[in-house]
Design a protein around this ligand. Sequence first.
Ligand code: HEM
Length: 178
Amino acid sequence: MKEFLVDTFVHHRTLIIFLHVISAVIWVGGMIAIRFAVHHSLAMIDDPKLKMERALDTLKRFFTIVWPFVVVLIMTAVLMAVGYQFRAAAMDENGNVINEYMMSIYNTVHIKEMIWVIMSINLGAMMFRRHKAEIALRDGNLQRAKDLLEMISKYMVPINITLGVIAIFIGVVLRNVH
Ligand code: HEM
């Protein structure tokens, strides 16, 4: 399995890194556009029900576009993490550290993995909240729908934007290792 992953990475390195970067662009860039442009534009709609409907629709479209790229991001991440052989450069087969610097880089890869996990769980939670808000609106409970969506715009999207930007920065650090 490891050999297959290393082989795939060696033969398709440019394509794999491109897919990784474009996935991050769409995910993180998309969230920034939604939070700092679309959100304020929607806030200008006077009719509260219409505003809620537009917000729900915008989020639904965004989540539908973005989740396949979240999958591509982790697939390319695994290929890079294995393909660059960070572990082998950091420790021997018995798990003894052979290079302190490469060990710190290997740990940095784990930090990126953790970031991806947290961002994905947060995304899943946002999709679930949006779904619940849609049901609340359908049942005529505008206030509940508003409360459910408010959490997304106030905290959940900003958290993912922050984590995404950190992950991009770490990506630049990892790129500079080679
Ligand atoms: C899942 C765990 C992840 C791993 C193991 C990982 C690994 C890597 C590695 C090894 C590179 C360097 C590629 C090169 O040689 O140029 C890189 C670059 C990059 N990563 Fe990740 N990554 C992960 C998650 C993420 C996430 C969650 C994002 C953003 C949402 C992200 C965004 C980027 C970007 C934009 C670059 C390009 C940086 C540059 O060109 O200098 N990565 N990543």
